[in-house]
Design a protein around this ligand. Structure first.
Ligand code: ACO
Length: 326
């Protein structure tokens, strides 16, 4: 099998910054509560004219530029998102058109906040089998559009953003070494947008009941996240034969600094190996991992041969982990 490697990364964050001080004016909350409970100081919010595809297009263009690859070389566009521009067409098709990926297939992938890891796994399969040579994997969200800005339990947590990765066959020992994907649909009700789909189509009533927003049992999701992270990382490392001490960078999904801290502690990883952006961007769902990866790459922190472990969890519930050698 051909191993998929990362040829380029790119990201985009909207300019508008929403600080905890802004939120204090919107709901009954405090900067102190938000920082101690979640680690979030501020988040980015898309402008009214920006949808998920607009964020994705910019991130994709930057990833292709970083890879030195033209859009016409792209064989497949995969967009992992929980906030597509619309039901259909797929956001990936909107991106495919806008970036000029004329030869590419395109589809969206829904796996909650684990979407980026799922999409990387799926994309790598096209490369491993030889079906595709260039796959664009994007995690992009405008969660601000499905956030109930009157609900302090959720509105302080989320943010908008996009990250993209270009996958190509690896020419050396680098690339995706292993991944593990999991799900437990019985826990789906812990994190959902109840209406707007075929079960409860959009009606005046569903809108009045605010069912088109994120509904979450934060405490249960928190417990679940802390529980699965350690096992998922152990299993994916096991598949590669790497030891925890050989991990150079750990990129957990950025939902809450306490979840990240606890995972790092259980895994015995010092915090200087853990990439964190939740303080500045909040929970950007499928974008959180590629945003952290891009930042570390751009800052020159990641070096050739480094072993990177990513782990995500989210709506579904889903979770998953991946090991990449840079
Ligand atoms: N400001 C002030 N008080 C608040 C706020 C707020 N913004 N939000 C909730 N509270 C109150 C609650 O009402 C509750 O009060 P009560 O005890 O009187 O009812 C109190 O604070 C404590 O609530 P808890 O739920 O116990 O707080 P907790 O320490 O669990 O932190 C949090 C809440 C931050 C939501 C945490 O549970 C969490 O991060 N959970 C995981 C969420 C997550 O990861 N979601 C996404 C996963 S997947 C995806 O990304 C879509």
């Amino acid at each position: 099998l051909i191993r998929a490697g990362i040829a380029g990364v790119g990201c985009y964050l909207p300019d508008r910054v929403l600080t905890n001080a802004h939120l204090e004016e919107m709901v009954e909350t405090s900067d102190e509560w938000i920082i101690t409970r979640s680690g979030i100081r501020e988040r980015r919010i898309a402008s009214p004219d920006q949808a998920t595809s607009d964020l994705a297009v910019i991130a994709a263009g930057r990833a292709l530029a970083a890879a030195g690859i033209g859009p016409e070389e792209v064989d497949m566009v995969i967009v992992a998102t929980n906030t597509p521009d619309m039901f259909f067409p797929a956001t990936a098709c909107l991106v495919q058109d806008r970036i000029g990926a004329k030869r590419a297939g395109a589809f969206d992938l829904a796996a909650g906040c684990t979407g980026f890891i799922y999409a990387m796994a799926v994309g790598s399969q096209f490369i491993s089998t030889g079906a595709s040579r260039t796959v664009l994997v994007i995690g992009a969200e405008t969660l601000s559009r499905v956030t109930n800005w009157e609900d302090r339990n959720t509105c302080v947590l989320f943010g908008d953003g996009a990250g993209a990765v270009v996958l190509r066959p690896s020419a050396d020992e680098s690339g995706i070494l292993a991944f593990k994907l999991y799900s437990d649909g019985s826990k789906g009700p812990l994190l959902m947008m109840p209406a707007g789909g075929s079960r409860r189509p959009a009606t005046r009533e569903t809108v009045e009941e605010k069912l088109h927003y994120i509904h979450m049992n934060g405490r249960e999701v928190f417990k679940f996240a802390v529980r699965i992270m350690e096992d998922a990382v152990a299993e994916v490392l096991d598949a590669t034969g790497l030891k925890e001490s050989e991990v150079d960078f750990f990129i957990p999904h950025q939902a809450n600094i306490r979840i990240i801290d606890s995972a790092a502690k259980r895994l015995g990883l010092p915090m200087d190996k853990v990439l964190v952006n939740v303080d500045r961007y909040g929970n950007t769902s499928t974008a959180s991992i590629p945003l952290a990866l891009e930042e570390a790459w751009r800052g020159g922190r990641i070096k050739k041969g480094d072993n990177i472990v990513m782990v995500g969890f989210g709506a579904g519930l889903t979770w998953g982990a991946m090991v990449i050698r840079w």
